[in-house]
Design a protein around this ligand. Structure first.
Ligand SMILES: Nc1ncnc2c1ncn2[C@@H]1O[C@H](COP(=O)(O)OP(=O)(O)OP(=O)(O)O)[C@@H](O)[C@H]1O
Ligand SMILES: [Mg+2]
Length: 342
């Protein structure tokens, strides 16, 4: 299988490291049972019929394995994958170039597909449905529209915001896979595999502790493994124990639940500036001096998942568990919560 990157940035060192830990086959993947089953059936059925897999939409928070699964689908089908992202495709011509280069069964992976420009998105519709495109060579009076037939390809779209996709685009995917946060058991298995691949010595309790402090996310557990290994190499004999894990993560200011400064900053802004809420995301972002997008993509999904925050029609609200965890005295509002939903 060949991988081609089109219009993407060079890969930084940290990503190269993470890429080396990516499972290559569906059977090597840990967790995501439902998604794996859906993809297994789609791949096997397509193989049996000698057809390309239906277009697949993968959605879920960052670092759960969308890019990994896209690559795996291409490997399982024995096809080439071309990798690009929504914001990188600026003009119809860019997409035209990508589409016409695809061979039968090839996979086109568009990361951050919710950020595709509207004109590009509309240009994609006939390509997905009928495997053809109407391309206008020049705008204005001299413009000529040429109808191109494409080979039958598979589009894999990845997004952290399925809600931002237009219904028209969403409906053109035959398969919609929703990735969930991983359990501590699953993350322990993932980090055990990574430690083996990186030849890091670690006892099982240490691996489990790392998993507990990784926000349900494989990318985070792998990144923390690297940091803890550094710590163990410098301050110990290179072996990971519960003590080295705890000491290293404390230095990184990652707490017992895996929350970092950004997570805590968000909660404290909500609790202290907005009396626990309800507060709008724009207001919280402004208070923190942070991008709203980062908070919505990275911070909130996990806090919602663990029940520290809820979304109400009037804004975000901090829950008692969050107050307990951060040892902040709850405001009187908590007892009035029932009124929030009226
Ligand atoms: N099921 C899995 N089993 C083992 N490791 C995994 C699994 N899924 C992901 N990983 C690891 O987690 C890392 C992050 O995964 P990946 O880059 O695919 O996430 P992503 O969902 O594409 O994130 P983003 O939204 O930021 O692009 C990978 O490099 C891989 O090492
Ligand atoms: Mg990705």
């Amino acid at each position: 299988m060949a991988i081609e990157r089109v219009f993407t940035q060079p890969i930084p060192d940290e990503d190269r490291f993470l890429t080396s830990l990516r499972p290559q086959r569906l059977d090597e993947c840990i967790g995501q049972g439902i998604v794996r089953e859906q993809l297994r059936i789609a791949v096997d059925a397509a193989t049996k019929r000698g057809e390309p897999v239906d277009h697949v939409l993968l959605d879920g928070p960052p670092g759960l394995g969308k890019t990994t699964l896209a690559n795996i689908i291409a490997v399982e089908m024995g096809r080439t994958i071309r990798i690009t992202s929504g914001p990188a495709i600026v003009r119809q011509g860019d997409l035209m170039m990508l589409l016409t280069q695809l061979d039968t069964g090839d996979v086109l992976f568009i990361d951050e597909i919710h950020r595709l420009a509207k004109v590009v998105e509309e240009f994609l519709y006939p390509a997905l449905e009928d495997f053809r495109v109407d391309y206008t060579t020049e705008s204005g009076v001299g413009g000529r529209t040429v109808n191109f037939a494409l080979k039958r390809f598979t589009l894999i779209g990845a997004t952290t915001r399925a809600g931002m996709l237009s219904a028209a685009l969403r409906d053109r995917f035959g398969l919609h896979c929703h990735l969930q946060y991983y359990s501590t058991d699953e993350l322990t298995q993932i980090v055990r595999r990574s430690a083996r691949l990186l030849q890091v010595r670690a006892d099982d309790h240490a691996l489990r502790r790392l998993a507990e402090r990784s926000r349900g996310t494989p990318r985070i557990v792998n990144r923390l493994l690297r940091r803890v290994r550094d710590y163990a190499d410098v301050r110990g004999d290179g072996t990971l124990t519960v003590q080295t894990v705890d000491a290293a993560l404390d230095i990184l200011q990652i707490d017992q639940l895996g929350l970092d400064n950004l997570d805590r900053g968000y909660l404290l802004a909500l609790m202290k500036h907005y009396d626990g809420g309800p507060a709008g995301i724009e207001a919280i972002a402004a208070t923190m001096g942070h991008e709203r997008d980062t908070l919505e993509d990275v911070v909130e999904p996990y806090l919602l998942q663990i029940g520290f925050v809820i979304r109400t029609p009037r804004g975000r609200v901090a829950r008692p568990a969050a107050y307990e965890h951060l040892k902040v005295a709850p405001s009187r509002r908590l007892s009035d919560e029932a009124t929030l939903f009226t």
